[in-house]
Design a protein around this ligand. Structure first.
Ligand SMILES: C[S@@+](CC[C@H](N)C(=O)[O-])C[C@H]1O[C@@H](n2cnc3c(N)ncnc32)[C@H](O)[C@@H]1O
Length: 287
């Protein structure tokens, strides 16, 4: 079967996911993991599924904390990396299987206490199937923790993603003959944004500029999740904080370090609504 573009991308960056994404305690992934671990401390240990587990760092951390953790990822190379990493660190074999979030048929109904999806959902085109599957495999009252790319951050980046935001959420509000009007509005907004065709390419570990992504709005996400049977349990946790737009941070590189250092303390700060690239919600399956 032909590999899809996202799967191919992650096959190529499998090693990076393990080596770089957790290279120090303030990387965005490391901070997201710390947030998730602090949430999970409230719950009794049980079985936990780490969907899109990447290089296995997260699954290993939950195992170490005391959870019966297993993982899946749809990239074959990533599964190999993750199993080797967990075997070396923990001694357990084959805790990671190759599967997609959109088809969890290897797991029975209502069989899991916790499902995690960290840094994964925005790569999934058929998100409807993923949410239905996660609901199915969780026990009633089970916990679902997921992070998402923050669509409102696009308004803070002054780049091609800002244009995307206008296209998706602003132009439809303006009257006029649809296609003609959209071209006019697009040119108008382009004339206001100096770097409307940037970024060309992100660092190799992020799929953001390499493959299509489907970000979410933290303001409307809770009601969307309610329609799938999940109730939000706490305030959104922001991470990937940018003290200045990414294009400006390229010129002032020390701001990257400062942004990373402040992520955890700013995790509930209202400015995260537009200054953080990602958000995370703790949810519970109703019933
Ligand atoms: C950015 S990495 C995040 C890895 C890990 N969860 C972490 O937080 O460090 C995204 C991972 O999701 C996986 N992925 C993307 N779409 C997926 C899908 N539909 N089903 C399963 N895994 C998927 C990719 O292969 C990749 O390993």
């Amino acid at each position: 079967m032909a590999q899809n573009k996202v799967e191919k991308h992650f096959d190529e960056v499998a090693h990076y996911l393990r080596e770089e994404a957790y290279s120090h305690e303030n990387t965005m992934n490391a901070v997201r993991l710390k947030i998730t671990q602090s949430i999970l401390r409230k719950y009794p240990f049980g079985n936990l599924l780490d969907i899109g587990c990447g290089g296995g760092h997260t699954t290993y951390s939950f195992l170490k904390d005391g959870w019966s953790a297993i993982g899946i990822d749809f990239s074959a190379n990533t599964v190999k990396e993750a199993n080797a990493f967990i075997k070396a660190k923990h001694g357990s074999d084959n805790l990671i299987q190759q599967a997609s979030a959109t088809d969890l048929s290897i797991f029975p109904d209502a069989s899991l206490d916790v499902v995690l999806c960290l840094g994964v959902l925005y790569y999934i085109e058929d998100i409807n199937s993923a949410y239905k599957e996660i609901f199915r495999v969780l026990k009633p009252g089970g916990i679902f923790i997921c992070s998402h790319q923050n669509e409102l951050f696009d308004m803070f980046t002054f780049n091609k993603y800002t244009l995307r935001f206008f296209r998706n959420h602003v132009f439809p509000l303006v009257e006029g003959e649809k296609e003609k009007r959209e071209i006019e509005l697009e040119n108008l907004v382009k004339s206001l944004i100096t770097h409307h065709d940037e970024p060309k390419k992100h660092d190799q570990g992020s799929g953001r500029d390499t493959v299509p992504t489907y970000p979410e709005n933290p303001l409307t996400f809770p009601s969307k999740m309610k329609s799938y049977g999940f109730t939000v349990k706490s305030k959104p946790y922001y991470h990937g904080f940018h003290l200045m737009p990414p294009l400006a941070m390229k010129k002032e590189t020390h701001l990257k370090v400062e942004s990373e250092q402040k992520q955890y303390e700013l995790r509930h700060d209202w400015r995260g609504l537009f200054m953080a690239a990602h958000f995370l919600f703790e949810m519970q399956k109703s019933g």
